[in-house]
Design a protein around this ligand. Structure first.
Ligand code: TYM
Length: 350
């Protein structure tokens, strides 16, 4: 079975973008894959070192995973810092990756802003740790939102450089397999990673501005639907969502140049497990005064059971902690198997 890995940072409230771009896909992938879902607490200290309630934030992400339908017994749910092998492999990848690769990351440029010299070294090295998260399990499939695409390309570059630089060592130790990456046949220890970004809402946009990503850092709470919002708040935010004056088109093609309309139709489609064309076959020709109430009903129907269960689980800290502890143990055993081989490939004595 293919091995799926993904992670979510324990910073701020989860929103509809995190749910549709990532968590809802995590749930769907459980059926035919072996899945590892991680609360990436080590990543959360790269942009902001000190958090008021990091344990609570970590638990709330784990609660969201389980409340959304992830089965922590059949699959693995854990927090990153419980498996020190992630940080160990990240160090090695810091020596594989080049500074120029990191400097080109748009997320680094956005988050570091103008004062780059003053950003943490961890923020620059962030994608190395992300590559380590995935490759310490030699996972092949990574469901994420569109904003993580560049980081996954870098993960492929890191794997490729490691494979090529250590190719003779990998072969000599009897590890790895022959694969073709691009045109090039190589003997690879780490597999090429496939991002899973598709679907109707790979990039959920702000409800106030269809050209900006929905994000936890937007100062306007009206710009996003939080997973912990109650039905009245969801309804209010959708009612106030920016739109244009025209009726909906009858095909997805007609949404071009209408970012707000495209966003709301994409959200509806993702929540209903339909395509945008299917949604427009039903709502084409209708005004937003008809579409918005339908979207409110659907969003509340899908999200409120998750919100309720998430709140319940967040109060049951003993239960969440035992899920994380158990997942951490299982993850550690797998990660250590890779690290024993990696240390041997590099030539560290152990
Ligand atoms: P994070 O915590 O910022 O976001 C978690 C997931 O939510 C997706 N996402 C969105 N999808 C669609 N529309 C949006 N507006 C939107 N906003 C966020 C993100 O793409 C992500 O899938 N670096 C990662 C965490 C990470 C990771 C990994 C992911 C660390 N290690 C290894 C995959 C594999 C991040 O900061 O996600």
């Amino acid at each position: 079975r293919p091995l799926v890995f993904s992670g979510v940072q324990p910073t701020g409230n989860l929103h509809l973008g995190n749910y549709l771009g990532a968590i809802r896909k995590f749930v769907a992938l459980q059926e035919n894959n072996d899945c590892i879902y991680c609360v990436v607490d080590l990543h959360s200290i790269t942009a902001q070192l000190v958090h008021d309630d990091l344990p609570g934030q970590i638990r709330s992400i784990a609660a969201a995973f389980v409340a959304s339908g992830i089965d922590p017994e059949k699959h693995i749910v854990f927090n990153q810092s419980a498996v020190p092998q992630h940080a160990e492999l990240a160090w090695i990848f810091n020596c594989v990756a080049r500074i120029g690769w990191m400097n080109r990351m748009t997320q680094f440029k956005d988050k570091a802003g103008k004062d780059r010299e003053n950003a943490s070294l961890g923020l620059l090295a962030y994608p190395s740790l992300m590559a380590a998260d995935i490759l310490v399990y030699r996972a092949t499939h990574v469901p994420v939102g569109d904003d993580q695409k560049q980081h996954l390309e870098l993960t492929r570059d890191i794997a490729q450089k490691f494979n090529i630089d250590f190719m003779e060592h990998i072969r000599a130790r009897g590890y790895g397999v022959d694969i073709v990456v691009g045109e090039e046949p190589i003997h690879a220890y780490f597999p090429p990673v496939e991002p899973l970004i598709g679907g109707p809402a790979p990039r959920v946009m702000s409800l106030r501005d269809g050209t900006k990503k929905m994000s936890k850092s937007d100062p306007s709470d009206l710009s996003r639907i939080n997973l912990l919002d109650d039905p009245e708040t969801i309804a209010k935010k959708i009612r106030k969502a920016k739109t244009d004056p025209d009726a909906l088109p009858s095909e997805a093609e007609g949404l071009k140049g209408r970012p707000e309309a495209e966003n709301l139709v994409g959200i509806y489609a993702a929540l209903a497990d339909r395509t945008k064309d299917q949604v427009l076959a039903e709502f084409g020709g209708q005004q937003f005064s008809v579409f918005k109430p339908a979207l409110i009903d659907l969003a509340v129907e899908v999200l409120s059971p998750i919100t309720g269960e998430m709140r319940r689980l967040m109060d049951d800290t003993a239960h969440i902690d035992s899920i994380l502890r158990n997942g951490g143990e299982r993850a550690r055993a797998r990660a250590e198997k890779t690290m024993r081989e990696v240390r041997e490939i590099i030539g560290f004595l152990q």
